[in-house]
Structure formats: structure tokens, C-alpha cells
Design a protein. Structure first.
Length: 175
């Protein structure tokens, strides 16, 4: 009985809707719908820049700048963070752990090394990148006075686990 009454009600309501034609919203309801749609569109537009991935060149430049800042601070872990596990410096002269130990030694002796980066230029080489730049090492002190000065650096980078890592670098004293 209840099902029969419900079906009759639904049928009558459908008939009324068909006779009434398309439903028209009041201006206030249309304004609210438009406002909600605009709000949703603005929220989507505001969150899209957060979803954007940092360009590869910028990631490499930021990593190079982070290494320079960490070297000045004497933070060995931060100096080697963007280096790959198989990092090779100057054709076997310095590996990842040797570089970390050198920074630790300088920090333990209380020596400060000033690091000033020149402009970084980046060239794509297939799936890898090569960054070249000049770096000036200053102050330093007693431990490595002959190693201070300006160096020309060429570093090679590859993507490992979603991050750009330096796997080799070579440098030569230019002044």
C-alpha cells in the first residue's frame, strides 16, 4: 500500500515538472551559484603554482648554492648531501667521504672558508646536465693556504631518486 502511494506521488510530481517546463532559478540563487563557481576557480588557480615542479636547471643551481653555504658554515653533511654516493672529484683526487672529512677537519680547527660563487651556466647533455662556474675560496687560514683563490669548476649532474645529484666534478686553480 505504501509503495503504491509513493509511486503515485512520484508519478504526479513528474507530470507537474513536465508541464512546468524548465526550472528557472531566482537571481539570488544564480548569483550564489556563480559566486561558488568563481570561488572554486580561484582556489584551483591559487593551488596550481604549488603543484608546479621546480625546473631542473633551478634545482641544480639551488644545490650548488646550498653546497657553497654549507661549506662556509662548516656543515660537512650538507656539503655532501647533493653528491652521489659514487662522487668523483678531480679524477680521483677527492671522493664524497674525503670531502666531508676535509670540511669536518676545517670546522674542528675553527677555520672559516669564505665561498663566493660566480654565475652558473648549465648545459643539457641528454638526461644529464653539466654546470660550469667560478668559485672563490677566501680566508681559510693555516690548514690549506695554498688552496685558496679562484677556481674554474665543471660539475656533472644526473637524476637519482627524483633529485639531481652531482656525480663528478673537476676544478682547476685559475688565479
Amino acid at each position: 500500500m505504501l509503495c503504491h502511494a509513493r509511486d503515485r506521488f512520484i508519478g504526479a510530481y513528474a507530470c507537474v515538472l513536465q508541464q512546468a517546463g524548465p526550472r528557472r532559478d531566482s537571481p539570488m540563487i544564480r548569483w550564489r551559484k556563480t559566486g561558488c563557481l568563481l570561488l572554486i576557480a580561484m582556489l584551483c588557480a591559487a593551488t596550481l603554482p604549488g603543484c608546479r615542479r621546480t625546473p631542473d636547471e633551478v634545482q641544480v643551481r639551488e644545490a650548488i648554492a646550498a653546497v657553497a653555504q654549507a661549506a662556509q658554515a662548516g656543515a660537512a653533511g650538507d656539503v655532501v648531501a647533493p653528491l652521489s654516493d659514487d662522487f668523483d672529484g678531480n679524477a680521483g683526487e677527492l671522493d664524497r667521504s674525503a670531502l666531508a672529512n676535509m670540511v669536518r677537519l676545517l670546522a674542528l680547527r675553527g677555520e672559516h672558508v669564505g665561498v663566493t660563487l660566480g654565475p652558473v651556466s648549465i648545459a643539457h647533455r641528454g638526461a644529464r646536465m653539466v654546470a660550469t662556474f667560478d668559485v672563490s675560496l677566501s680566508s681559510g687560514g693555516r690548514l690549506f693556504p695554498d688552496r685558496l683563490g679562484i677556481y674554474q669548476v665543471e660539475s656533472a649532474w644526473r637524476r637519482e631518486h627524483g633529485k639531481w645529484r652531482c656525480y663528478t666534478a673537476s676544478w682547476k686553480h685559475s688565479m
